[in-house]
Ligand binder design. Structure first.
Ligand SMILES: C[C@@]1(CC(=O)O)C2=NC(=C\c3[nH]c(c(CCC(=O)O)c3CC(=O)O)Cc3[nH]c(c(CC(=O)O)c3CCC(=O)O)/C=C3\N/C(=C\2)[C@@H](CCC(=O)O)[C@]3(C)CC(=O)O)/[C@H]1CCC(=O)O
Ligand SMILES: NC(=O)c1ccc[n+]([C@@H]2O[C@H](COP(=O)([O-])OP(=O)(O)OC[C@H]3O[C@@H](n4cnc5c(N)ncnc54)[C@H](O)[C@@H]3O)[C@@H](O)[C@H]2O)c1
Length: 217
């Protein structure tokens, strides 16, 4: 069952999101999603206090009356009513219209699964057990984070390798040569030691040295 979910980081900023159900799960998801797009609408019979106090667009109504034309206005649809049969039938209707849809009760129906995730400006990490156990997913994420957050060199690597990539794109036209250089720099022992000692200036110089050696060849 796991093999048909293709992992991506989706840019939601231009997409219109609909959450159906404004209870515990719908509230958590709508609020989380609203950090990624200004276009979040919640449709529900009743809304939690957090939703009423938020500035999200709220539409009061019975989801059993939802028709295709209503769903057509949205790109991504999250079901979160307390009625699994209703979640399922609306998700199927949305998929028939070519929409991306999430049924919190059934990953087999969903176009995508909600993973547990961590993100900052340098690194994004998402974990799922394909609906088998979000408790285990949380544990896996904690294990990964212990390693990532306890290794300050990772962020230095991301920032410096990004800087190096921008430089090489300006200097070297041949992409294959650039690719070789990224690996040579990243695997270089001196470069590694400078990074470990937080000596960014010398790490940068060492990278330049490797590039110049290659240019001289
Ligand atoms: C990551 C996270 C994202 C998010 O939901 O935003 C997420 N679940 C989280 C929390 C959470 N989940 C549950 C509880 C209450 C129990 C408890 O307290 O542990 C809590 C706690 C809480 O909500 O606070 C139980 C549960 N989960 C699902 C069902 C339905 C079912 O299995 O039938 C049931 C009811 C089972 C029953 O009735 O017994 C299903 C799904 N949950 C998923 C994701 C997807 C699979 C992800 C994966 O494989 O890892 C999937 C398929 C939904 C989807 O893809 O849309 C979020 C962050 C974790 C965190 O931060 O703690
Ligand atoms: N994190 C997860 O993935 C996770 C965790 C627990 C439960 N679930 C599932 O998510 C779903 C929602 O759970 P919850 O805890 O948020 O329930 P809840 O009872 O807190 O909220 C349900 C919401 O749906 C609305 N609603 C119910 N029937 C409706 C209808 N016909 N039309 C419009 N709105 C309607 C209610 O007004 C309410 O706001 C359940 O199916 C549950 O099994 C998912």
């Amino acid at each position: 069952m796991s093999l048909h979910y293709f992992p991506v980081f989706l840019n939601l900023s231009d997409l219109k999101v609909l959450v159906i159900g404004g209870g515990f799960v719908g509230t958590k998801r709508a609020l989380k999603l609203s950090a990624y797009t200004p276009n979040v609408t919640v449709f529900s019979l009743e809304f939690s206090r957090e939703l009423k106090e938020s500035n999200l667009k709220l539409i009061k109504g019975d989801a059993r009356d939802i028709k295709e034309d209503f769903l057509r206005q949205f790109d991504v649809i999250f079901l979160a009513t307390g009625d699994p049969q209703l979640n399922r039938s609306i998700c199927l209707m949305a998929k028939k219209l070519g929409k991306l849809c999430n049924d919190p009760n059934d990953p087999e129906i969903s176009s995508f699964i909600m993973p547990i995730f961590y993100e900052d400006e340098d690194i994004g990490i998402a974990v799922t057990t394909y609906g088998k156990s979000s408790t285990v997913s949380k544990y896996v994420m904690e294990k990964i984070m212990e390693n990532v957050l306890n290794d300050p060199t990772i962020k230095t690597y991301v920032e410096l390798m990004y800087e190096i990539k921008q430089e090489l794109k300006k200097k070297i036209n041949d992409a294959a040569v650039r690719y070789t250089l990224y690996h040579e720099i990243f695997n270089d022992e001196k470069f590694e030691n400078f990074i470990k000692n937080k000596d960014i200036l010398n790490a940068r110089s060492r990278a330049e040295e490797i590039v110049n050696e290659r240019a001289g060849k």
